[in-house]
Write a protein that binds this ligand. Structure first.
Ligand SMILES: Cc1cc2nc3c(=O)[nH]c(=O)nc-3n(C[C@H](O)[C@H](O)[C@H](O)COP(=O)(O)OP(=O)(O)OC[C@H]3O[C@@H](n4cnc5c(N)ncnc54)[C@H](O)[C@@H]3O)c2cc1C
Length: 436
């Protein structure tokens, strides 16, 4: 079956992925002389840096998600299809998806990355990742359900399993989740779960290397460590998790930590798509591209964002997998592609590092700018401003701002709802059939 897209005199650019990279590129070329087909398995863009606030019941999923169609309501040459792309046929210039095939003149892969469990199937099955809005919601439900269960659990060990949490990975995600959980323990649990002894709640953050926030400055990682330990988080460095059996986390040094919930934030790997030769791939399942984002071995196929692996003098190991790289590569390709099509000379991409930051609860954040590093309250204000500004959609910005203001003034969040999908109960008819 062929995906139904109107035929046109325009050359067709197919973009796979409506994340930071794909969405920015489609916006940039929306008024160009190309027919643009944007494909994503979801009908919305997800603002990943605030997933942890959804998981901690601080924000609604709708505040950090934005419908793709809304962005292109007035762009007549942009066509959106919600589907999972399975394979690229580079010989026929076609892609194969769950709803059919589609031919392209130019193809851009902006498919991002997923959680890396390093081949450990048990960790993949038993731990909770946070790489999509639905996973963040799952985590929110799991945390709240376990607090509810803990209220009625008399046995100390069983109760510990329900209320203790282990976070694996001391990068920005692990650090931000640990900070938010510690604040929940401090401000929310004593009010909502009065019968629980909050001192019994343990939050463990396990990091495989010798510092938190690797990739940021030593000042940032030391401050993050101090902020978290001040909040009561048990931070352990140089600890490698080897297994999790659903009850105990096992580490390489033989330690066992009891917890019914383990959050896995220990790495990412590129999303897979069939059809590219192995010469075009490199470590981390990333796709090798040149400085114009052209995939190695192809002239009309490009990769941008987390999935792309490009080296330049200052980045011999590739760029960091962060939103700024994705956005900047998309903007550059948006300028280069029309030039390439018109046989003009494109300009090579060069990453302009605007800095990095992470927040660790109220009034605490760390910010590394190229020429200035700072931590604490001012850093926190900057973090809030930057994240608010980066969100897509005025309504989302307004809702997030109001939520943050409310949380700040009341030391509370009002979104602690456990929303589960409906489970079909056996009807009496089915019961009697089963008995016969
Ligand atoms: C929890 C978390 C916190 C983060 N915090 C920060 C931060 O504070 N600052 C920062 O700079 N970066 C942060 N990042 C990283 C940042 O979000 C990524 O670098 C950025 O999203 C990469 O953009 P992208 O467009 O390459 O990929 P993505 O944004 O991941 O988009 C990929 C898109 O492709 C779609 N897709 C994938 N495979 C297919 C397929 N086969 N078919 C159809 N569609 C497909 C997906 O649905 C998705 O919409 C964070 C990431 C996470 C997970």
């Amino acid at each position: 079956m062929i995906i139904n897209i109107p035929t046109s005199q325009q050359k067709r650019l197919v973009i796979i992925g409506g994340g930071f990279a794909g969405l920015t590129l489609a916006q940039k070329l929306a008024k160009s002389d190309l027919q643009i087909v944007l494909l994503d398995k979801n009908n919305y863009h997800q603002f990943q840096p605030l997933f942890y606030q959804v998981a901690m019941a601080g924000l609604e999923p709708s505040s950090i998600s934005f419908p793709l169609r809304k962005t292109f309501q007035n762009s007549k040459n942009v066509f959106i299809r919600v589907t999972e792309v399975e394979e690229v046929d580079t010989q026929k210039n076609e892609i194969h998806t769950s709803i059919g095939s589609l031919a392209y003149d130019y193809l851009v892969l902006a498919i991002g990355a997923d959680t890396n469990f390093f081949g450990n199937e048990r960790l993949a099955e038993k731990t909770i990742p946070m790489k999509s809005v639905s996973e963040a919601l799952f985590l929110r439900n799991a945390i709240l359900e376990d607090y509810e269960k803990a209220l009625s659990t008399a046995n100390y060990d069983d109760r510990q399993g329900l209320i203790d949490i282990v976070i694996v990975g001391g990068g920005p995600t692990g650090v931000e989740v640990a900070g938010a959980l510690a604040e929940m323990k401090k401000y929310v649990l004593p009010k909502d779960y009065r019968e629980l002894d909050c001192d019994e709640v343990d939050i463990h953050l396990l990091q495989g290397s010798d510092c938190l926030l690797k990739g940021m400055s030593s000042e940032a990682s030391e401050s993050a460590y101090k902020f978290l330990t001040d909040l009561g988080v048990d931070v352990k460095l140089n600890v490698r998790v080897t297994d999790y059996d659903g009850e105990y986390v096992h580490t390489k040094d033989g330690t066992k930590i009891r917890a019914d919930k383990v959050i896995w934030a220990a790495g990412i790997t590129g999303n897979k798509i069939k059809g590219l030769p192995k010469e075009s791939m490199t470590w981390g399942n990333r796709i090798l591209v040149n400085r114009f984002n052209q995939i190695k071995g192809f002239e009309n196929i490009y990769a941008i964002g987390d999935i792309a692996f490009m080296t330049e003098e200052a980045y011999p190991q590739g760029h960091p997998q962060v939103a700024q790289v994705a956005i900047q590569q998309a903007k550059k390709l948006g300028k280069n592609l029309p030039k390439i099509i018109q046989d003009k000379t494109p300009k090579p991409f060069s990453y302009n590092d605007l800095g990095s930051m992470a927040t660790i609860g109220r009034h605490r954040a760390v910010v590394d700018l190229p020429k200035w590093k700072f931590q604490g309250f001012f850093a926190w204000m900057i973090w809030l401003g930057v994240h608010l500004f980066q969100l897509i959609g005025v309504k989302n910005r307004l809702f997030v701002f109001i939520n943050w203001l409310w949380n700040y003034l009341t030391y509370d969040q009002s979104l602690r709802l456990i929303i589960r999908p409906k489970v079909k109960k056996e009807t009496s008819l089915e019961n009697s059939k089963a008995q016969n």
